[in-house]
Design a protein around this ligand. Sequence first.
Ligand code: PLP
Length: 443
Amino acid sequence: MIDTLRMNATSNTSIDYQATAEFADWMDQNDPLRIYRERFHLPRQANGEPQIYLCGNSLGLQPKTVRSYLDQELRDWATLGVEGHFEAENPWMPYHEFLTEAMAKVVGAKPSEVVVMNTLTVNLHLMMVSFYRPEAQRFKILIESDAFPSDRYAVESQIKWHGYDPEEALVELRPREGEQLIRIEDIEALLAEQGQEIALIMLGGVNYYTGQYFDAKRIAALGHRHGCLVGFDYAHGAGNIDLRLHDSQLDFAVWCTYKYLNAGPGSMAGCFVHERHAQDFDRPRFAGWWGHDKETRFNMRFGFTPLSGAEGWQLSNPPILSLAAIRASLDIFTEVGMPALMHKSRLLTGYLEFLVDELRDERVRIITPRDPAERGCQLSIQLRRTNRRLFDELSRRGVIADWREPDVIRVAPVPLYNSFREVYDFVAILQSILDLHQYDEQQ
Ligand SMILES: *Cc1c(COP(=O)(O)O)cnc(C)c1O
C-alpha cells in the first residue's frame, strides 16, 4: 500500500498523503496541536493501551484540568456556603458570564448573543416558544427527514401544543431517491412551493447521521426571503466547525457542550439569539428570575423585566459544577483558536478519507460530503453487505466508533486529541477485518 497520491483538487491543502504508518507518524511529529492530546484523559483498553477513540461526536473526552476547576468550586462551597455567590474565587452569581466570551468565539457570535443555560432540548423548546408563532396561514415547521429524534419530538410536540396536526404542519426535507445528502436547490424548490406556509425552518446545522454541513447563511437568507424564521441545532457543529453565527443571520441556534466541546456527560448547553432580537421584549418567552434584569433580580417584585440579548432567556440559577467543567474545556478552545483547530481537522479527516478510499473495497462508501467545506471532522462510512458483527470486531480491537443500523459507522477524528497514527491504525484494523471476514447478506 505504499502509494503517494495527490489530494483531491477540491481540497485546500497540498499534502501528498501516504498510506503508511511512517507517514502518519511524520504527520503527528509535524502537528503543532499534538501536545493537546496529553491534556485529555484517554480511555484505555484492557491491555492498557489507549482506545482508538473516534466517538467525540457523541461524548468528548475529559480535559485533565476539569478536576481542578471543579475542586475550586467544591472548596468554595465547603468553606463559604452561601457567601460563595459573591465571595467565591469565581463568584457564582455572575458565573455564567465567565463563559460567554469564549463560547461566543467558538460559535462566531457577539457575546450578547450567547448564553450557556439548561440543556439542549430544553433550549430548543424555549427558542420555539419565542420563534415558532404559528398563524392560520403560516403554521408549518420544516425539518430534515432524518432529524435527530429529540429534535423531532420537540418540534412535533410544539406543533401539537399550538393545536396543529404534525401530519399537516411538519414538512420534511428529504434527499432525492437513491441519495443520502440534501441539495440546496431542493430546499429552494420546497420554499418556492410552500414557503409562505412555513413559520420556522429548524435544521441540524451538521446532520448527525451523514455529517453534512448546511450553509446557514444561505438558508437563513432563503428562509427570510419567504418570511420564515430560521433556527439551527448545532449539537454537531459547535467546536467542530468554524461557525459564524452572527454573520449567518440565523434567528437562533442551540447546541450541547458534551460532544465536541468536551464538557462532560449531560453538561449544560449553549443558546444563540441574533442581536436583532435582543430587545424583542414583546415576543412571547418563558421567563424565570435569571432572565430578569440583574439590578432588580432580588427585589422579587411583580413584573418581569427581561435582560436584553440571549441572557434574557435564562430561567434558573445555573449548576455551577457543570459551568466549571465547560469553562475548563473552553479555556483550551481559547488557547488553540478555531482557525488552528479547523486546519488540523481538515488534514486529519482528509487523511481518514484518503485511507478509506485507498481500501478500494466496493463494500465501503463514504456518505459524508466530499467537499471539506460541507462537513466537519465526522465521516459516515457505509459498509454494504456487512453487519453488526464487523462493528463488534472493531470494538474488540480497541476502536470506539458509532454504529447506526443498518450499515453505517460514524467516525469522528477530533483534532484536539486524535492523532494521524490513530486514523491510520483504525483503517488498518478495518481493512484486516474486511479481509478476514467475507461478510454477506446470508450472515
Ligand atoms: C446530541 C443531540 C441532541 C441531544 O439532546 P439533549 O437535550 O442534549 O439530550 C439533540 N439534538 C441533536 C441534533 C443532537 O445531536
